[in-house]
Write a protein that binds this ligand. Structure first.
Ligand code: ZN
Ligand code: FE
Length: 260
């Protein structure tokens, strides 16, 4: 007997956020609701396309956090397949993210998949890096989410390529003020190595040691360590614990030259 799909118009559709790990350590996040999907920083196109097609999802938008190739590399191909999809990116970085159709700046709000998306400028890794915050205010039982590219990582932060330590420090500070329960969907799986570094700097910090132990177990099982949570980062991310931009700059320099 053929199976029928019974849809309940009263059931509130919930958003889901899924990870597609690609390349060495990139994570492409797919945020979907019903039959529509939004993809964050598609480094490559093939695995994303296959995943969306297998789930009968239509791509309606791509969110770009910054111009690096491991974040925008798959966008063009995805647009060939879903030509109506919007590309949301920093208007100030139009030259380096040329496929953008909706150009945004700090404080802009966009409605996507029935939810409000807030744009937060977080310069430091690159000059025009942006993050996207979903408060999910009107959805019950859904924690706020942050897509923050290469700015805030679990137990770490992005390298400073185009900005200053001061800028990056302020950017991270802004993100750390988001609600404690905010889930952090960053663009790389660096957590274990970040925690090894942190525990070498602060061997006496038992919260960091415990987190490292948990993450090592998780990774051994082949699970991702992400998303993280603002609350957790405020306790164990040394870059968020730095008291000022000078201390932050010293930590960043130390991490740049650290090898496990
Ligand atoms: Zn980057
Ligand atoms: Fe990256």
């Amino acid at each position: 007997m053929p199976s029928a799909r019974i849809s309940n118009p009263n059931a509130e559709e919930v958003s889901t956020i899924n990870a597609i790990p690609v390349l060495n350590d990139n994570i492409i996040w797919v945020w979907s609701k019903g039959t529509q999907a939004v993809v964050v920083d598609p480094a490559v196109s093939e695995p994303v396309k296959n995943w969306l097609v297998s789930k009968d999802l239509t791509l309606i938008a791509v969110l770009q956090t910054h111009h690096h190739d491991d974040h925008i590399g798959g966008t063009k191909e995805l647009l060939n397949y879903w030509p109506k999809a919007e590309v949301i990116a920093s208007g100030a970085d139009r030259e380096r993210i040329p496929l953008q159709t909706i150009s945004v700046k700090d404080g802009d709000q966009i409605c996507l998949l029935g939810t409000n998306l807030l744009v937060i400028e977080v310069p430091g890794h690159t000059k025009f890096h942006i993050a996207y915050y979903l408060s999910f205010k009107n959805s019950k039982n859904q924690s706020p989410a942050l897509f923050c590219g290469d700015t805030l990582f679990a137990a770490g932060c992005g390298r400073i390529f185009e900005g200053t330590a001061e800028e990056m420090y302020l950017s991270l500070n802004r993100l750390s003020k988001l609600p404690d329960e905010t889930r952090i969907y960053c663009a790389h799986e660096y957590t274990e190595s970040n925690l090894r570094w942190a525990s070498s700097i602060k061997p006496e910090n038992l919260v960091i040691q415990k987190r490292l132990k948990d993450i090592v177990e998780l990774r051994k099982k082949g699970s991702l360590s992400l998303p993280s949570k603002i609350e957790e980062e405020k306790l164990t991310n040394l870059f968020l614990l730095a008291k000022n931009s000078r201390e932050f700059g010293e930590l960043r320099l130390n991490k740049d030259t650290w090898s496990s």
